[in-house]
Design a protein around this ligand. Sequence first.
Ligand SMILES: Cc1cc2nc3c(=O)[nH]c(=O)nc-3n(C[C@H](O)[C@H](O)[C@H](O)COP(=O)(O)OP(=O)(O)OC[C@H]3O[C@@H](n4cnc5c(N)ncnc54)[C@H](O)[C@@H]3O)c2cc1C
Length: 356
Amino acid sequence: MENKKVVVIGGGIGGSLIAKSLQFDADVTLVDSKEYFEITWASLRGMVEPSFAERSVFRHQDYLSNGRVVSSAAINITDTEVLTEDGGLIAYDYLVIATGHSDDVPKSRLERLKQYQADNEKIKGADSILIVGGGPTGVELAGEITIDFPEKKVTLVHSGYRLLEFVGPKASKKALKWLKSKRVDVKLGQTVNLDTISQGACVTSSGEIIKADCHFLCTGKPLGSEWLKKTVLKGCLNEFGSLKVDQYLRVEGRKNVFAVGDITDIREIKQGYLAQQHALVAAKNLKLLIAGKESKMATYEPGPVMAIVSLGRREAVAQFPFTTVIGIAPGYIKSRDLFVGKTRRQMGLEPPSCGF
Ligand SMILES: Cc1cc2nc3c(=O)[nH]c(=O)nc-3n(C[C@H](O)[C@H](O)[C@H](O)COP(=O)(O)OP(=O)(O)OC[C@H]3O[C@@H](n4cnc5c(N)ncnc54)[C@H](O)[C@@H]3O)c2cc1C
């Protein structure tokens, strides 16, 4: 009997894991705008140490030995086919949408690695650096720069009144105290008028002048669902552009379409480790559906908020279900290797071991 055709759209944290998990159970095609998988939470380390990115950015082919990779954006879907930007038409029996957040990154791995090199040279060549945005990306970048380049003057401007608004205020306070102790100048409740950046300085909404030889924008990215608004799934999007899913991670009202990761409307913080959990549940359900065992499908239940934000190479601030901690204990869990070894093992690229 012919294998069922599963098309996964989006080769980020969730989509890649589903494709890898199903490659020997179905005829799998992974459609991604880029030719590589990237461990997003390692990206800030790649900016201060470009060689780090050589392990955190790898080609889809490296883990998808029994699947097909199409490196082109999906631009439309019908009830049976996916249309890609390069004109390809891919038939499916089952579809998975995992287009997470949109990011303007190069298509090839080599170009992405060159981008890390360029960011690193930008940091090394600057005396003063402005980071715009105090979410996890801005805070982690400030941590990486201040630990590796303590001589640089780092300023972080955030429009909100506390850092790390995706977790509780205790974590925000601890992160702020840590950054200040490293002489990072944190300005809350202000925005930067980027049009004013000229000759090494810019002006904030409060009229403050900030000296900055270079700047990095860490202000969040739009959901990767804009393209879905013109497809048969447009009625399954909520008012924020998230895809409505049921407890089996199937798109509302669809028997053969799943969605995982940041694109879903599940009420929980958008985190990669949760996208991985969605992927494992959806892969299991797809195998059951293919085997005609729909009634045995697993459900996904959101859990309590957990997050670890690294602060350079040794420390981190972490919110666990009953406590919020900062220092080398949470840093030991995340900051040394940023889960790169663990993620590579999960994708079958390194032998199992008990370390991080
Ligand atoms: C700097 C940073 C640090 C982070 N740190 C952590 C952390 O420490 N821990 C944690 O758990 N989470 C962390 N996250 C969050 C985590 O990265 C996301 O929750 C996770 O990536 C979501 O996975 P996803 O599969 O839903 O989507 P994504 O990983 O965003 O992947 C989406 C994929 O879809 C592709 N795509 C988009 N549109 C199309 C289209 N039309 N056609 C084809 N392909 C398309 C993109 O190319 C991309 O490959 C961090 C995120 C960032 C940016």
